[in-house]
Write a protein that binds this ligand. Sequence first.
Ligand SMILES: [Zn+2]
Length: 184
Amino acid sequence: MIDVELVGNALCLDFTNTVNSRPVARRDWLATPEGAVTWSSAAGHPIERQAGLPAALPDARDLRETVFRVFRPLTRGDDPPRVDLDILTAAYADGLAHARFERDDGRFRFAWPAPRTVGTLLREVTASAVDLLTRGPLERIHACPSCQWLFLDTSKNGRRRWCSMTACGSRDKARRYYAARTSS
Ligand SMILES: [Zn+2]
């Protein structure tokens, strides 16, 4: 059983990390209904296993790639493609049309009536993406130089470089050590 890794510090970024590599994924939490249920539950946005779930997974993967195409350029200081921003805007507008305010500790947030379907999750991901885009800080959004996973650097000094030090950070360290040894 593989653990769900949540390193993004934002739902929308974690959602783009449901695939382990691009363009060809060796592991994809959104490839099967079981994977989607497991991931969403670990991410704190559980969805119910429903009859329509398998048919909705392509939409989930589409949104994932849209969100990735929006945030990946920002990690290099570039603007997202307008077409992807427009897709996000349309998805957000559609979500808002069905949303209602719910109290969430010291503030309100948009929520959607039960049952919690994959559609609910996609609306939450969309809202998270809009929230991050409009509030930033965009300069704190990075891509791991090893695996390309996206994350929001919430560290105090703002110098986080890796998706996780235990995974890519140490792997890169070992690789550089090896490269230095073999080139001398
Ligand atoms: Zn990484």
